[in-house]
Design a protein around this ligand. Sequence first.
Ligand SMILES: Cc1cc2nc3c(=O)[nH]c(=O)nc-3n(C[C@H](O)[C@H](O)[C@H](O)COP(=O)(O)OP(=O)(O)OC[C@H]3O[C@@H](n4cnc5c(N)ncnc54)[C@H](O)[C@@H]3O)c2cc1C
Length: 266
Amino acid sequence: METIFSYCLTEPGSGSDAAALRTRADRTNEGWRLNGTKAFISGGGYSDAYIAMVRTGTSGPRGISAVIVENGSSGLSFGSLEDKMGWRAQPTTQVQFDDCLVPADNLLGEEGRGFAYAMAGLDGGRLNISAGALGGAQAALDATMAYMGQRTAFGQSLDRFQALQFRLAEMETALQSARIFLRQAAWKLDQQAPDATKFCAMAKLLVTDRAFEVANQCLQLHGGYGYLADYGIEKIVRDLRVHQILEGTNEIMRLIVSRAMLAERG
Ligand SMILES: Cc1cc2nc3c(=O)[nH]c(=O)nc-3n(C[C@H](O)[C@H](O)[C@H](O)COP(=O)(O)OP(=O)(O)OC[C@H]3O[C@@H](n4cnc5c(N)ncnc54)[C@H](O)[C@@H]3O)c2cc1C
């Protein structure tokens, strides 16, 4: 972790349909000249280097290559920090290439394989996003357990109401089952199982949706105090919301899973 890279795929005009990206890299005598804009880049302005998926050939995924753009390169600049609902501890900016010059050696792997590399990286990324969501939700549940033992209403602590105990049981079941499913997907990826991509997508869909629901329930169980910044629960809810959107939205996860099912059926 000595060198921090940003992953630059999304553009203002293409997110889910990432293969429609338009940032171009044209050959020069010394390497490549980049022109275009990347959007929503995590670490924008802070990273040591940027792995940019750029168009070096015709339209579609096979015309895309991956290049490394080091910080300080001429023609590399950044938009202002995005003002986000959550993930506010982490910078997100646009990354701009204006006749940005990159040496030939900075081409990653083979020309025309950039989209395949970008997609391969997303399997592990989706596990990572899911694990983060799970951790956030578990922290919210732990805090809620403690809070419900202290807070009283109608002469007893909140954790004495059976309706609320049942919610605790449901949340515990949701998180434990999500954890097992996530570990299975991670194991599949480690084993390079043929259905690893499908399992990573299923895990991302299931874990991030459940984690958000649990965090939101935890906020509810804190009553009005859950809505105050002091208790930290509203921050978890705001932070986990984006896990359903980035690293491929949860609609795109459904697309990946259903495509794999139909391909398996033949
Ligand atoms: C905080 C944050 C950090 C990010 N970090 C990075 C980063 O570091 N690098 C990077 O490259 N990107 C990053 N992203 C971008 C993120 O991956 C995209 O926002 C995401 O892929 C969705 O793209 P979009 O915003 O263009 O939405 P769109 O693609 O415009 O989608 C809009 C809506 O339409 C739905 N939709 C689109 N196509 C379909 C379809 N075929 N079927 C059904 N529904 C569909 C989507 O699910 C969504 O609900 C980040 C985003 C955020 C918010």
